[in-house]
Design a protein around this ligand. Structure first.
Ligand SMILES: [Zn+2]
Length: 301
């Protein structure tokens, strides 16, 4: 049974992360070399996947001679250990090794499947963890190079003794609602005609609701009077948690922050339904892989 009402893409990770095993070096070595162990290969942020876009798992023996950099224990799937291994090199070097597989961006995996699947949760976990190791090689306290411990779930600095833990960055993404209309916007990163929910990183010292109200005021000049959390989604670029909300706002008058928002429009449920179905001639909204799609769908329903 899913824990959350809205099953977004990259949610529903089926792995038991087995934190209790991570400190036990002998157990970890046994798991790593067991015939049950499977490895996901990641190259430059892309995941080795099969012809239908599922993770292309390899055995310990198949990985033994590959140029692997960082390797982390993801957890247990029905008791069998799963790992993510960062390949060192360029994509072309490995083409002949896996003729029936391809390195794909995590978005492409989601789009290829066309529906939310638990495996994408494993992809999000692996991609975010490997990216964290890549960008946190050095101790934030003293600057010395740190080492990977707890099978990838911690970095330790031998010079000053500091411990560093994987991070997740919360982002609020919200639909401002007024009467029968909702607000969608387009930043410079989106092509003309394409609108999404407004979004922004949470700041230290604020609640989710306060972050939503601040972002709406900063980006669109609208004042939120109440905020409801609807859904949330791991988003592995590089390691965000998208927190999807709706917010009732006082009035519809917009004052856009033109450095962040090129255009914003109020849409009706009829217009949103057509856009979700890909049948609108006026504008497009994000595909099902993005939580903005779930938010608009929730609002329409
Ligand atoms: Zn240090």
């Amino acid at each position: 049974m899913a824990l959350q009402e809205i099953q977004s893409f990259f949610s529903g990770n089926p792995l038991d992360r087995a934190d209790h095993l991570r400190k036990d070096a002998a157990t970890m070595t046994g798991l790593l070399q067991s015939s049950e162990a499977s490895f996901m290969l990641v190259l430059n942020g892309e995941i080795l996947s099969d012809t239908v876009g599922a993770i292309y798992w390899l055995s310990y023996r198949q990985c033994a001679y590959l140029p692997v950099g960082t390797q982390i224990f993801l957890g247990l799937e029905n008791g069998s250990p799963r790992y993510a291994a960062q390949l060192v090199g360029s994509e072309g070097e490995f083409d002949d090794l896996f003729p029936d597989a391809k390195f794909r961006d995590a978005r492409a995996l989601g789009m290829k499947a066309g529906f939310a699947q638990p495996e994408l949760g494993i992809v999000a976990q692996a991609k975010s963890m490997l990216s964290w190791h890549q960008s946190h090689r050095f101790c934030a306290k003293c600057g010395a190079e740190s080492t990977l411990v707890k099978a990838g779930y911690e970095r330790q600095c031998d010079a000053c003794g500091a411990n560093h833990f994987p991070r997740t960055d919360p982002v609020v993404i919200m639909l401002a609602c007024h009467g029968d209309e909702a607000l969608v916007g387009r930043g410079p990163q989106l092509p003309p005609g394409y609108f999404s929910a407004l979004a922004g990183y949470m700041e230290p010292g604020e609640t989710i609701e306060e972050a939503v109200a601040r972002e709406l005021m900063e980006e669109a000049g609208v004042e939120a009077t109440s905020v409801t959390i609807i859904a949330n989604q791991p988003w592995p670029w590089p390691s965000s948690l998208m927190i999807g909300c709706t917010a009732l706002v006082k009035d519809k008058k917009l004052t856009l922050d033109e450095t962040e928002i090129d255009e914003a429009i109020w849409i009706t449920r009829v217009q949103a339904r057509a856009a979700l179905a890909g049948e609108s001639t006026d504008f497009m909204v994000p595909p099902p892989i993005a939580i903005a799609h779930d938010l608009i769908k929730h609002w329409v329903s």
